[in-house]
Design a protein around this ligand. Structure first.
Ligand code: GTP
Ligand code: MG
Length: 223
């Protein structure tokens, strides 16, 4: 988190991590399409013709919260291909929250596991404690054949300390829910660490409602 007290500007960094082709870039594209135009910056992507991110994608969102505070959310994706490990580590630096986008296809189970371990390793390399970083998990590509069943994912979800979401990012299904889930977790963590409520008179549940409103996610995100 970056905080500019004089300008009353707060920047939060959220990272989409996961194996190659799991749908990280597609999540950002869907958010870009669904978010209120006033709050959205340009989606910057750099990929090859076969949908593989070369460096990273960035979607900046910004809005004015109550109490005269400008909030900037920077959504990044990492490149999932194994060879881009140095880039993944770099993008993770200073992350306030992470979405792990898993591929639901049975054949990708190992790739998910490897990427999950790789994420923990890279957090550690960056001097962050994996268990202290706000994290949510998304099982994407629920529309494909040969995927892990709903029952299997629900069982995983029961065991997992992190919230688990199901998604079809190409249709925008589950994308906003995942993002808002991460936003909630991240904000509550930042509140604990930095006491934002006291500093800015931002009561967390009121602020998180306002995020939904400003981004145009009020109906979908209501829970
Ligand atoms: N059927 C289906 N295809 C999807 C879904 N989400 C993404 N895809 C497709 O999967 C391919 C890879 O998606 P990307 O979003 O580029 O994957 P990525 O995780 O950013 O991949 P890297 O940048 O290489 O790490 C694209 O062709 C997407 O259209 C989904 O929910 N269902
Ligand atoms: Mg990508």
């Amino acid at each position: 988190m970056q905080l500019d007290f004089t300008a009353r500007e707060l920047t939060v960094k959220l990272v989409y991590y996961g194996p190659a082709l799991s749908g990280k870039t597609t999540n950002l594209q869907a958010i870009h399409k669904l978010v209120h135009a006033d709050a959205s910056g340009r989606l910057m992507t750099l990929e090859t013709r076969d949908d593989r991110t070369l460096f990273f994608d960035l979607l900046p969102l910004s809005f004015q919260a109550g109490a005269g505070l400008s909030v900037r959310l920077k959504l990044f994706t990492v490149p999932g291909q194994v060879i881009h490990d140095a880039t993944r580590r770099l993008v993770l630096q200073g992350a306030d929250g992470v979405v792990f986008v898993a591929d639901s296809q049975r054949a990708e189970t190992r790739a998910n596991q490897r990427a999950f371990l790789n994420m923990k390793e890279n957090l550690r390399e960056n001097g962050m404690q994996p268990e202290r970083v706000p994290l949510v998990i998304q099982f994407n590509k629920r529309d494909l054949p040969d995927i892990r069943t709903d029952d299997e994912i629900d069982a995983l979800s029961q065991k997992s300390p992190e919230p688990v979401y199901k998604a079809i990012a190409t249709r925008g299904t589950g994308v906003v829910e995942t993002f808002l889930g991460l936003m909630d977790r991240t904000w509550l963590h930042l509140e604990k660490e930095h006491g934002l409520e006291q500093k800015f008179d931002l009561e967390p549940s009121r602020f998180l409602k306002e995020v939904r409103h400003r981004l145009g996610f009020t109906r979908r995100g209501e829970s």
